[in-house]
Design a protein around this ligand. Structure first.
Ligand code: F6R
Length: 245
């Protein structure tokens, strides 16, 4: 794993935007895997700024988001789709038909997961996958466990993850869906390149385990160690427990 430590979270945001901007410059048809969550938000704001100043053209790009809550519509104010509209899609020139999202409102969720895998394959696979990390080491909604599903799947959210997402639902835990859909670890590892962002001391321990620890499904991000093209963009606090040799 390539570990890039930057002095501030703002520098992490700029570096993330730069990684995506250079990907789009090198291949305007790039297929991007996107994450929601708080960490990439400033990076997305920087991408909007680069677009507004004519330095980032999204017109030929395609995107696939990692995950979505089950049981709510994409237009629900708490959905990840709404989150992405607010923080990225609304400020760049992505074509609506090239924005791909899991639909948590369909009746057959398993079929929806299959559809998503097919859509990723039809787009030629993901060129650059952006990831955040949960403080329990989850990536996407792949929660720690004895085993992990390989492909896009339904997942029962852990209580801690529901609490972490309560802000999207007016801070009312009871309103946070209990289930979600998520790309699987195999789906993520198939991306040609992965950039994981983490900031703040709350992520220091899961980053240490993911970088210096053994590979284990108990720390899903540790599986990224097997991928040949992973970069971690960290601020000093998130990197503070890593053993650097
Ligand atoms: C979001 C996602 C999650 C988050 C993770 C970190 O699409 O898949 O794995 O990346 O929970 O969230 P933040 O950035 O809010 O700490």
């Amino acid at each position: 794993m390539k570990v890039t430590v930057l002095s501030t979270s703002d520098a992490v945001a700029s570096a993330l935007a730069e990684r995506v901007a250079s990907t789009l410059r090198a291949g305007p048809h790039a297929v991007l895997g996107l994450a929601s969550g708080r960490t990439p938000v400033d990076g997305y704001a920087e991408m909007q700024r680069l677009h507004a100043s004519g330095q980032m053209d999204w017109s030929r790009a395609s995107t696939f988001n990692l995950d979505e809550f089950a049981g709510i519509h994409g237009r629900h104010p708490g959905s990840f789709r709404t989150f992405m509209e607010d923080h990225l899609f609304g400020g760049v020139n992505l074509r609506p038909e090239r924005i791909h999202f899991l639909d948590g409102a369909v009746t057959d969720l398993d079929e929806e997961c299959e559809r998503y895998e097919g859509a990723i394959a039809a787009a030629g696979g993901i060129d650059l996958q952006i990831l955040g990390i949960g403080s329990n080491g989850h990536i996407g909604f792949n929660e720690p466990g004895d085993d992990l599903p390989v492909r896009t799947h339904r997942v029962t959210l852990m209580e801690s993850t529901r609490r972490d997402n309560a802000a999207l639902f007016g801070h009312e835990l009871s309103k946070v869906p209990r289930e979600a859909l998520s790309m699987g670890i195999g789906t993520i590892l198939h991306a040609r390149r992965i950039v994981l962002v983490a900031t703040g001391g709350k992520k220091a321990e899961c980053i240490r385990q993911s970088v210096n620890g053994r590979i284990t499904t108990r720390v899903p991000a540790s599986l990224l160690q097997v991928h040949p093209e992973v970069e971690l963009l960290l601020d000093e606090e998130a990197a503070s427990l890593i053993r650097r040799t």
